[in-house]
Design a binder for this molecule. Sequence first.
Ligand SMILES: [Zn+2]
Length: 428
Amino acid sequence: MFHRIFLLLVASLLALASHAQTNADSIAKILRNHIFRLSSQGMMGRGYVGNGQKKAAEYISCHFTNLGLTSVTAFTDMQQYYSFPVNTFPSKMNVTINGKQLLPGQDYLVDAASAPYNYRKSIAVKDLSSVSTTHQWRHTKATLSDTCIWLLLHTDSMCLNTGIPSHQLPSLLPSGCYIIPQKNKLMWTIADHTNAATVVYIADTSLPALTTAASVDISAKLNKKYTASNIVACIRGSLPDSFIVFSAHYDHLGKMGSNTFFPGASDNASGTAMLLYLAQYYAAHPQRYTMVFIAFSGEEAGLLGSAHFVQNPLFPLANIKMLCNLDIMGDATDGVTVVNATMHPKEYELLTSLNNQHHFLPTIKSRGKAANSDHYYFSEAGVPAFFLYSNGGKGYYHDIYDKPEAVTLQNIPGVANLLISFATEIQK
Ligand SMILES: [Zn+2]
């Protein structure tokens, strides 16, 4: 008798385990499909050249509509429009050193605020290691004429000594073209203006020991008024005025010249895929609270979409019981980190106790406040908000290697199940 009960117990445990595995596999399949679509060449890095971001917006809003989600207000559609300036690199992107063509994204990046440039010139070296005061810097700057292309050495030590933040250096350089060698990984950004100078960051390893001449042909164009949209949709609950919000930014860096794009698979096709999965789940399982899904734009340009939403909310922010922002959800081999955990200890305790009970993830780490994603302006406005990011993967970030093939989705279905069980508890 005991033996039979034991066997039954083992059988039912095995059935449960295989059910959990099937559930994880089917979630991973849905996520992977969205990640590949959002990071595809056709989406052009979900940026500002060739309508990439708009194509992604269409993909997301179509998905929401097909699931039966609705707009949060009776007066607007799902898309909330706003605009901002952005510097773009729509076509030519050619850099050669000593006659050898370099590969964009791999050998070099153009500074995001660069002006257009199209010359072949000899290279002159300027070693900045001896520049240690702002006075000396002003003097040195006056010698940087546009008669040659400048190879600036030791910009880091100059910035350290003078107190000039290194990210500000390109805006201080006079009109002309500058090469700054990079020891570290090349990571691209977005700028809302065009500087006088064209700055090219070249990987140390791609720069010959003796540089004599360069040709730089880069087209840049400031789009003074790029119109972006946040996509906001919901599934009404039986207590319709209490909201749980899931958010993720869908924008990325887009294109750097006509042939190079930044796929942004981990950042943040992965979080967007999770948002789309949660919308699919809740469309089939309506809740007591109204579940809101916001796909933000403009995050990489400086949290612009979420800032716009918080300033122009489509429903009272005070109705939000909890917001969970998802950014970088591609590999949770080492679990997740929760930003704002220390601000909301009760909710964090709930999250960790659910994880201990169900073993969704190997570990959950706590972190304090940080202005590093779209939860930030909500929490500044008094909305209880967590930002969850996953820990794992190869660390491709803001580079051309952040491709869907590199996203493992290890333990990511566990994040989905953790969020669902967390949201269930919050509504009790
Ligand atoms: Zn991101």
